[in-house]
Design a protein around this ligand. Structure first.
Ligand SMILES: [Zn+2]
Length: 425
């Protein structure tokens, strides 16, 4: 139990596991002139750092005063009960590094600058709630520990402006300076992490297991509402820790997107799942040779059907493939067997030269070329494995037919797969 220590020159203990230098800095920036008059387990603390709830009234008054003086550094402080940062706009960064929260913490205002919760601890009964808040700077939850609930609740409501009703979207992460960092966040129950009507980007979820987070009506778009771009997401993953660049941001982003895809898939939202599946694969493709490692199967899978996610691309590739083979058949290099082969009667007394010429003419009449329409229909039928007439007459034509009977059915299979993906996995 806390007792009020006799007035002394004792310093605030701050928290265990900190170097004396770090403690000195915190005493200077956070404790300031507060006396270390609270005792806990034999150590003295100021009212902000004392880790129990006996200080409640004095603590609340101190917080109230500090907020009205725009003092926002609460490093390693112990928040014994509920605290509400509501309906006020703050234009300076908030520091809660290493702080402990025992109760509910609610943010409802607009925050122009960063909220820093690195290494903070949210205890069993705690809830960290961002409700209709506008986080226009960053939200840093790296290495924090969440034993209770974490929720982001945006919203969509009607507002009247100049007598007209306007649809207002509050998506929590607003503006192009907004970001979220959850790296190495420790979460006791991931199903208690909730995002409702929030704008999000996949690179915010690298290095955290997001498979069981609850996403409801979230918008996965850029700050200006545009479609996500894989290269921008890779940049985001790359820039994550300032100068400590990750060794392989592509692998990080791929892993995160696969987890997000799994999350949405388990909720039968195949369209959003498909979006993450595409980014995961694109991120993998960009890993080497600027995305043009054409000797890899992955690259061909991308080219021919966008990883089985685009039936339009698969259909287009099928048309191109059939047309290319038609061009091959129409070219003068491809000869086909002529069923109306002329048989020339070679007279006995003809000269040797005449005989040879006639023989050549007979051979030539055994082959014919195809016209455009005929070649196209021919190509279609070969692709459909129908063995159409005329039979190929030379090696070029035979080779083309053999190749087409392999590749066109393969492309048809990719198209079928892409169509199936639209409806199920
Ligand atoms: Zn202190």
């Amino acid at each position: 139990m806390a007792r009020i220590a006799p007035k002394s020159r004792k310093k605030c203990f701050v928290v265990a596991n900190l170097s004396e230098m770090a403690k000195e800095r915190i005493r200077r920036d956070v404790c300031k002139t507060l006396p270390a008059t609270y005792l806990h387990e034999g150590k003295s603390f100021c009212v902000l750092h004392c880790p129990n709830s006996d200080k409640l009234e004095v603590f609340n008054n101190e917080i109230h005063n500090r907020l009205s003086n725009e003092e926002y550094n609460y490093e390693n402080c112990y928040f014994p009960s509920d605290i509400d940062f509501s309906h006020v706009s703050f234009n300076k960064p908030f520091y809660f590094m290493g702080a402990t929260f025992a109760g509910k913490v609610r943010f409802m205002g607009n925050f122009e600058e960063e909220l820093d919760f690195r290494g903070a601890l949210f205890d069993k009964e705690s809830q960290l709630i961002f409700q209709h808040a506008g986080l226009r700077g960053g939200l840093d939850l790296r290495n924090a520990i969440i034993r209770g609930h974490l929720s982001f609740e945006g919203g969509e409501y009607m507002n009247s402006e100049d007598g007209k009703l306007v649809d207002v979207l509050q998506l929590i992460f607003e503006g192009d300076r907004a970001w979220l960092d959850l790296q190495n966040l420790i979460i006791e129950k991931p199903e208690r992490v909730l995002f409702h009507t929030v704008r999000l980007q996949p690179n915010w979820f690298v290095n955290v297991d997001c498979r069981k987070f609850v996403f409801t009506d979230c918008r996965w778009v850029t700050a200006d509402g545009k479609k996500l771009d894989t290269l921008d997401e890779l940049d985001g993953a790359y820039m994550k820790n300032g100068f400590l660049f990750p060794t392989n941001p592509n692998a990080l982003l791929t892993k995160t997107c696969l987890q997000l895809a799994e999350n949405y898939e388990s909720n039968k939202d195949y369209e959003t799942s498909s979006l993450f599946w595409k980014i995961a694969n694109e991120s993998k493709r960009f890993e080497e040779y600027w995305g043009f490692k054409i000797w890899s199967l992955h690259w061909w899978y991308w080219l021919l059907s966008f990883y089985g996610e685009s039936w339009r691309r698969a259909a287009l590739c099928l048309v191109v493939l059939v047309s290319l083979f038609a061009c091959g058949y129409v070219s003068s290099f491809s000869h086909f067997v002529n069923p109306n082969k002329q048989t020339l009667v070679i007279e006995e007394d003809a000269s040797e030269t005449d005989k040879q010429l006639m023989k050549l003419a007979e051979e030539a009449s055994g082959y014919r070329l195809l016209g455009w329409t005929e070649a196209f229909i021919y190509s279609l039928r070969v692709g459909a494995l129908q063995r159409p007439d005329p039979q190929p007459g030379n090696n070029v034509a035979k080779g083309l037919v053999a190749l087409e009977t392999i590749f066109v059915p393969l492309q048809v299979a990719l198209l079928a797969l892409a169509i199936r993906r639209k409806f199920m996995r």
